[in-house]
Write a protein that binds this ligand. Structure first.
Ligand SMILES: Cc1cc2nc3c(=O)[nH]c(=O)nc-3n(C[C@H](O)[C@H](O)[C@H](O)COP(=O)(O)OP(=O)(O)OC[C@H]3O[C@@H](n4cnc5c(N)ncnc54)[C@H](O)[C@@H]3O)c2cc1C
Length: 291
């Protein structure tokens, strides 16, 4: 199976279908900068559309048993990096605290893509600003496990997003760890024209309220507006101690939205991505309240 050659338009690319994690890490270490993981392939397959060269070697990770499993424990959920969006949405659909992640995984792209695209690929694709699972996992305070032949380490997703474009060859995202808690969560995304489009902007949130309905903790994250998704900590702080109310949250979001420097692209201008944020915050809070 190793090094099966695959003819591509411009060059010969080899694909090693790894039967085990050890085999994948060995192959990635040997290939170095000439190799990369191949998960769902939904980003890699569009390399020619983006005028990007393919790597000389890919290591397919979809058949590694531990990367395809989801363990739901009392304190955390551990998600293998090769779990697909469809499998993730199905596995967590009965756990309301993960509504944000279920919505992110179940509404991204289209049904055929969701059967292929993986959560690890979603986090690892540095140039994909519109990835749905990234803001969802930021608001859930997720951690990422990265493995190599030399061992593995865990880091906060925020830290991983800072280093992912410079991740040394031979390192693989192997697991995503999401703590559990009694939170109200929601994911609001705005595709430009139709289902299947990349979202113009995304708001993901995870909020806990006290017995009187006032916000105790808030973690709000914004995706697709800037090149990399990030937390909206000033909005978190402004909501804490106040009753959770969609109209109020949208008003505060409108006051604070100027902190975002939107990205321009062919599908939407920067100003538009920022201008839709208050409406998405309103929708997300309403969804979290079950309204
Ligand atoms: C038309 C279209 C529309 C889409 N719309 C959306 C959308 O709106 N929202 C959304 O979230 N997704 C969308 N997707 C899917 C998106 O491509 C995937 O979510 C994700 O970015 C890539 O996942 P993948 O498993 O296919 O990764 P691949 O294409 O296999 O890999 C992508 C990159 O990540 C690296 N990689 C993959 N897995 C790992 C790992 N475990 N460790 C280290 N590096 C790794 C690869 O080496 C490669 O560089 C869309 C896809 C298409 C084709």
């Amino acid at each position: 199976m190793r090094n099966a050659p695959v003819e591509t338009r411009n060059a010969t690319t080899s694909i090693h279908v790894a039967p085990s994690l050890a085999s994948a890490l060995d192959a990635l270490a040997e290939y170095g900068a000439a190799g990369a993981a191949f998960a769902g392939g939904t980003w890699i397959m569009r390399s020619p559309v983006r005028h990007e060269p393919l790597r000389a070697h890919y290591v397919a990770i979809g058949r590694i048993p531990e990367l395809g499993s989801i363990r739901i424990g009392p304190n955390a959920v551990e998600i293998g990096a090769a779990v697909t969006h469809a499998a993730l949405a199905a596995a967590l659909s009965d756990l309301p605290e993960f509504n944000v992640l279920v919505a992110a995984a179940a509404r991204s792209a289209n049904p055929a893509i969701r059967e292929m695209a993986t959560i690890g690929g979603n986090l690892a694709t540095s140039d994909f600003a519109a990835a749905d699972c990234v803001p969802a996992l930021l608001c859930l305070d997720a951690e990422v496990e990265i493995s190599s032949r030399d061992g593995c380490e865990r880091m906060k997703l925020e830290r991983f997003l800072e280093i992912r474009s410079t991740l040394a060859p031979g390192r693989l995202v192997t697991q995503i760890i999401v703590p559990r808690g009694e939170h109200k969560t929601a994911h609001a995304r705005l595709p430009l024209r139709k289902a299947g489009d990349y979202p113009v902007a995304i708001v993901s949130l995870s909020i806990s309220v006290d017995g009187t309905g006032r916000v105790r903790t808030a973690r709000i994250a914004v995706g697709s507006v800037e090149p990399v998704a990030r937390r909206w900590e000033r909005l978190d702080a402004a909501l804490i101690g106040r009753p959770l109310d969609p109209a109020h949250a949208a008003r505060v979001a409108a006051e604070l939205a100027g902190e975002f420097a939107g990205r321009d692209s062919v599908d939407a201008p920067a100003w538009y991505r920022v201008s839709v944020l208050p409406g998405l915050v309103r929708r997300a809070v309403a969804a979290a309240l079950g309204a």
